[in-house]
Design a protein around this ligand. Structure first.
Ligand code: PRP
Length: 211
């Protein structure tokens, strides 16, 4: 078995914050802070190997065992339902999944609602819970454009500061679910590397509750 614990971190600002928490919890790898294009960093003394992954891909690495643990947004966990253990709410990367529409939008409940989103499963579940018929339009980015150009009536997307909506004359109609980053573990790793993973989980948990 690989002696090092493989950890998938979400590339970007959130990942840097998360790494600082992992280091403080006893899993440091100072090299990772060097500004480079490298994607993998090891610290054999601390028994860790970190890699930077596109945030929406972290759950795939962990589900398939390429990483033992990782940090993924609750949005990704709700959308893709990967078979992983969710160990801890890291209480960072906070945002919300929301329905938004052009300012002053009036819903006509008789018509099928056209919903543009990257998060089709979340949107489907949400409108099913309301008993509302929708037509889903799957987009990969710049979702805010869809209602402006008449491609959809509303969007389901992540809202953090609200700036993107505001600058495009859109507003939140309803919040579907609050989102934060979660520590996740591969199911087999959690069984076979329980001691290290629990040490990490407990260390991070202490930091999160101290904040
Ligand atoms: C998300 C989301 C919005 C934006 C909201 O995109 O899709 O466009 O952030 O943030 P705000 O409320 O602070 O303006 P993200 O940057 O995650 O990347 P994406 O365009 O690939 O979805």
């Amino acid at each position: 078995m690989d002696k090092m614990l493989n950890i998938a971190l979400p590339k970007g600002r959130l990942g840097e914050k998360v790494y600082a928490m992992f280091a403080e919890a006893g899993f440091p790898c100072p090299q990772i802070l060097e500004n480079s294009r490298k994607l993998i960093f090891e610290n054999p003394e601390a028994g860790v190997r970190y890699f930077w992954v596109k945030p929406s891909d972290v759950a795939i690495y962990v589900e398939r065992g390429a990483a033992d643990v990782g940090v993924a947004g609750k949005d990704i966990l709700l959308e893709y339902r990967p078979e992983v253990y969710e160990l801890l709410d890291m209480k960072c990367g906070a945002c919300r999944m929301a329905v938004a529409a052009p300012k002053g939008y009036q819903d006509d409940r008789i018509r099928t609602l056209r919903v543009a989103t990257k998060f089709t499963e979340i949107a489907k579940d949400y409108y099913a819970s309301l008993g509302r018929d929708i037509e889903l339009i799957h987009l990969n980015g710049s979702i805010e454009l869809a209602p402006i150009l008449g491609l959809s009536d509303v969007i389901v997307d992540i809202v953090e500061t609200g700036t993107t909506l505001k600058e495009n004359n859109l507003e939140v109609i309803s919040t579907i679910v609050p989102i934060t980053a979660r520590l996740i573990a591969n199911r087999a790793s959690y069984k076979f590397r329980k001691r290290e993973i629990m040490k990490l989980q407990e260390g991070l948990s202490a930091l999160v509750s101290a904040e």
